[in-house]
Design a protein around this ligand. Sequence first.
Ligand SMILES: NC(=O)c1ccc[n+]([C@@H]2O[C@H](COP(=O)([O-])OP(=O)(O)OC[C@H]3O[C@@H](n4cnc5c(N)ncnc54)[C@H](OP(=O)(O)O)[C@@H]3O)[C@@H](O)[C@H]2O)c1
Length: 292
Amino acid sequence: MQKEKRARIAILGAGTIGGALARALAPEWPVMATRRELKKARPLEGLGVLLSADNTEAAAWADIILLSVKPRQVVPVLQEIAPFTDGKPVISFAAAISLDIMNRAAPGTHFIRAMTNTAVEIRKGYTVYACSGQVTEAERKLAEAIMEHAGEIQPVDESHLDVLTAMSGSGPAYLYTVVESLIYGALRMGLPRDLALRSAAHTLIGASELLLASGKHPAELRDSVVTPGGVTIEGLYELEEGRVRTAFMKAVCAASTQARKLAEEARVQAEEAIRPPFGADACVMPSRSQSN
Ligand SMILES: NC(=O)c1ccc[n+]([C@@H]2O[C@H](COP(=O)([O-])OP(=O)(O)OC[C@H]3O[C@@H](n4cnc5c(N)ncnc54)[C@H](OP(=O)(O)O)[C@@H]3O)[C@@H](O)[C@H]2O)c1
């Protein structure tokens, strides 16, 4: 389909994730991106992305909106664009902000809550998402086509999204730590820098792809490369002494706990922003039928 005939996508908050999504989607879809410091988004123009500092302009223009501002900014931005989002699909990539909070900030909007990672930039993201009840079949399909263009997608129960923030969202940081450690080990042993980096990164890709393709448990695949008195067992022994598996488990638990804590703080903050002014309810007199 011609790009001009496809759904128009607004990306509100063209920072790390919003910018990465814009770069992935712009070759195929008409995209308008916003941020307040517009000059920082100028490089996107070269990819055909329209820029605006006005969220309402982008929301009015778009058929579907991708929200990638920081969690703290989600409710104010939703309240700002609410006049233009009634009956429109909005995918939020913000951590911690629930469908319930978004529904109350901009009632009538059809929300999808997603979590992804920076690999969307090269269309290798892993995006998990949950739809609110208002999302139509056609909107879900459109949202899936957009998210799938940027990598793998997986519908999930919303209750899993805080832990998945620690896995999909934060995961690249943990895996870069693994790659960096392997590189430094190789450097200690005198391997050239570029060879160390390529060897670590390609090994990570190959191991991941084999894991998915084989359907085997990682422990089985690991055991298949261990030979008695061999090379790999020496490395694994050091990892066990360093309690690496415990450290990774603790990392996921700590990040998930933090995601849940932020979700709770966001809920309290959003309640404040959404709540009507003190006393507003008291001015509404019950009708005769209501009081009966
Ligand atoms: N980074 C990740 O790896 C990752 C992964 C998954 C999900 N996320 C989620 O993605 C969201 C963004 O994270 P990020 O790391 O991309 O943050 P970021 O780089 O700070 O991007 C947020 C962008 O929002 C813009 N912004 C702030 N207020 C705005 C407003 N009122 N209207 C329009 N734009 C506004 C900021 O630009 P200006 O200051 O110029 O306005 C900034 O460029 C977060 O909610 C996060 O939970 C991030």
